[in-house]
Ligand binder design. Structure first.
Ligand code: GRF
Length: 204
């Protein structure tokens, strides 16, 4: 008997190219998960149309429609339960995840960040790397906890930074690797191969 497929929820705020890369991995049979639902906090997100194109249910939750961040997250958690999400993948979701979601999905939320963490946390990580003048930056997939971009690292890929790189050129170089790395991390999770030990991720 085969195990039940992992039901994946993806949260976005914008373009959704990482989300689309994951969808394509599933379509190509490289990633064996069920794309259960997509959630956007931004009604203008381009990724909403992308998800619709692939016939994945999409919901918009705007924080301004709720009394508090907790209420907003409670509504999201309710939907995630309805769709029986087993893993929540943040693909360019531009909100800090609060205690309601963290409690409901402990060690079941992952994020992709465009730097080699712990370097260049927060916004505009690629600009931070260019401004600093590092020789390498890259991308990281990590579990989400209550520290911003500070949860246990699952996978990373290094990308060389050229002296002539701008925020834009570095972003597009890194993005190519993001599109590979995110699906790889989800695959490892779906195969139950990730174990958090002392805040580090063991790949079994
Ligand atoms: C990516 O660079 C991701 O690492 C960061 O936000 C960006 C989202 O891009 N968290 P997209 O919406 O997936 O195209």
């Amino acid at each position: 008997m085969t195990d039940k497929l992992l039901r994946l929820a993806i949260m976005i705020s914008g373009r959704g190219s990482n989300m689309e890369a994951v969808i394509k991995s599933v379509d190509q049979g490289l990633l064996n998960v069920k794309l259960a639902v997509v959630i956007s906090n931004n009604p203008e997100a381009k990724g909403i149309d992308v998800a619709r194109k692939y016939k994945i249910p999409v919901y918009v939750f705007e924080i301004k429609d709720y009394k508090s961040k907790d209420e907003y997250e409670k509504a999201i958690v309710k939907l995630l339960y309805e769709y029986e999400a087993g893993l929540v993948a943040l693909a360019g979701y531009m909100k800090i995840v609060g205690p309601v979601m963290l409690r409901a999905f402990k060690d079941r939320i992952i994020n992709i960040h465009p730097s080699l963490l712990p370097a260049f946390k927060g916004l505009k990580a690629q600009k931070q790397a260019v401004d600093y003048g590092v020789r390498y930056s890259g991308c990281s997939v990590h579990f989400v906890n209550d520290t911003l971009d500070g949860g246990p690292v699952i996978l990373q890929e290094a990308v060389p930074v050229d002296i002539d790189d701008t925020e834009e050129t570095l972003s597009s170089k890194i993005l190519k690797y993001e599109h590979i790395l995110f699906s790889q991390a989800i695959k490892l999770y779906s195969e139950n191969r990730l174990k958090i030990v002392n805040n580090k991720v063991k790949i079994i």
